[in-house]
Ligand binder design. Structure first.
Ligand SMILES: [Zn+2]
Length: 478
């Protein structure tokens, strides 16, 4: 198992492709570019969902469902939106053996269909804000696919909210960005991210402002980990969504949308891990603790198995698995669970039962400890928290070690040359779209964001030399 795995330290791309399948997370579906998410991968998604759903609800959002098929004319209603999505659109042109009068787009995102609907729900300021969230899948045609990172159908949540003013829509997009997404990545996924807004070129088609979290993967490439958009009045005007304000005057609503997808799983897998395999962040790990009973060469396995079951009951507040396979050696099991990235292993054998203790082993450091049964509950809690902290600190150190202040285009080109990632490059940019495009064509690096904590400093654009007020974050991205 583990010995056949490509080494993360040597061939990151191959390691990723292999580990997703070896760890039973996902596989390709029969239709081009589609993904089957297996139980171990889906459990991770369920834990992500549970964490986020609670936070969305704290901000007043309510879950709903909207149809997968969207009349094509809806999509065509917002000019920038249709331009942005047409290259990736799937269309249904026939049903029941008949050609449809109007083709249906297979949901690339739901802004258009929701806007067409809620224009009938909103009459006055009393109907605002209207805060909706959908858990569904969406469909984007992709030529080159990679499990969790880019597939023709993926799972996500899409929030769609309607507000009285531009400022309120903007604040809501920022609240979700900070209190749901940033919180999730820091406290559940153990992933440090850089927050900021997108350039005009990189923002969502139809948005006034797009906020993003950008994470650095183990190969130095960036991953856009979620986005929140202030759509301003653009969609409201295209779909004619107006309300009577307190002065009985008709106003356009302002809208926001925000999403996080199963790409987050790809991000988690590519942030943590080592040559042995995955390393699941403890708070969302599908299995937090695996108990491996050590039966010994002779003797009755029943008492050991009973003791393991008793342990699992005592730790029932965690997601615990007992590996009772009798055709596999303990050594094989250790490697297998390490490959799957289970944060904490507990071993128990006849000697441990006699001494009222267990052996614990951390996946992140490999540290083993004898722990008396009486101290186990406290030990487990403290160790899982400590593993979370270690993973976050490691990822932060990696990000810091791969963040470079770049002042010349020669150095910028040198750092972005070759196939691998380039880390985060902090460089001055003039703000011009054509200049940004040229940098992308010449180096394949894109502006990931204009960071919230951008330091105001006068400088010269990395490429054209024109004036700049601060550095932006460039990277080669997934
Ligand atoms: Zn420039």
């Amino acid at each position: 198992m583990a010995d056949q795995l490509a080494l993360r330290s040597e061939n990151f791309a191959e390691w990723y492709n292999q580990i997703v399948q070896k760890a039973d997370l996902a596989d390709y579906g029969a239709a081009k570019g589609t993904m089957i998410i297996k139980p171990y991968g889906y459990a991770l998604w369920e834990n992500i969902q549970a964490y986020l759903d609670k936070r969305f609800k704290l901000h007043g959002a309510k879950n709903a469902f909207f149809p997968t098929f969207i009349p094509l004319s809806y999509i065509q209603r917002e000019k920038e939106h249709v331009e942005g999505f047409t290259p990736n659109l799937w269309l249904v042109t026939a049903g029941g053996g008949e050609t449809l009068e109007e083709p249906y787009a297979v949901r690339p995102t739901s802004e258009t269909t929701i806007n067409m609907t809620v224009r009938n729900w909103i009459q006055s300021y009393r109907d605002l804000p209207l805060l909706l969230n959908l858990w569904n899948s969406c469909f984007r045609y992709e030529l080159r696919t990679r499990l969790f990172l880019r597939t023709s159908e993926f799972l996500w949540q899409e929030g769609h909210t309607f507000h009285a003013t531009w400022e309120e829509a903007n604040q809501y997009a920022l609240d979700i960005h900070n209190d749901a997404y940033l919180d999730f990545y820091a406290h559940a996924a153990a992933m440090p991210c850089i927050g900021g807004r997108k350039s005009e070129r990189e923002k969502f088609p139809g948005a006034d402002v797009t906020y993003t979290l950008e994470a650095l993967m183990g190969d130095g490439r960036a991953l856009q980990s979620c986005t929140s958009h202030n759509l301003g009045h653009n969609f409201a005007k295209s779909f004619d969504i107006r309300y009577l304000d307190r002065n009985n005057e008709l106003q356009y609503v302002a809208t926001a949308s925000w999403g996080l997808s199963t790409r987050a799983i790809g991000g988690i897998l590519m942030t943590h891990g080592d040559d042995k395999g995955l390393l699941m962040p403890p708070r969302i790990a599908p299995t937090q603790i695996v108990i491996v009973p050590i039966f010994g060469k002779s003797g009755d396995p029943a008492p050991v198995l009973d003791a393991a079951k008793q342990l699992a009951r005592e730790l029932s507040e965690y997601r615990v698995e007992i590996d009772a396979r009798d055709d596999k050696t303990p050594g094989f099991k250790f490697n297998d669970w390490e490959m799957r990235g289970v944060p904490l292993r507990i071993e128990i054998g006849p000697k441990d039962i006699e001494k009222a203790q267990v052996v614990t082993a951390r996946r992140d450091t490999g540290e083993k400890k004898f722990v008396p049964n009486a101290e186990l509950a406290a030990h487990v809690k403290q160790t899982l928290d400590s593993i979370h902290d270690t993973l976050y600190a490691r990822a932060k150190k990696f990000q810091d070690d791969h963040t470079f202040v770049v002042d010349t285009y020669a150095e910028f080109q040198e750092r972005t040359a070759g196939e691998g990632g380039a880390g985060f490059l902090l460089a001055h940019w003039c703000g011009d779209d054509a200049c940004e495009h040229a940098i992308q064509k010449e180096t394949r690096a894109t502006i990931r964001c204009i960071p919230f904590d951008q330091i105001k400093e006068k400088g010269k654009c990395i490429r054209c030399g024109n004036e700049s007020d601060g550095r932006v974050v460039f990277a080669k991205a997934y």
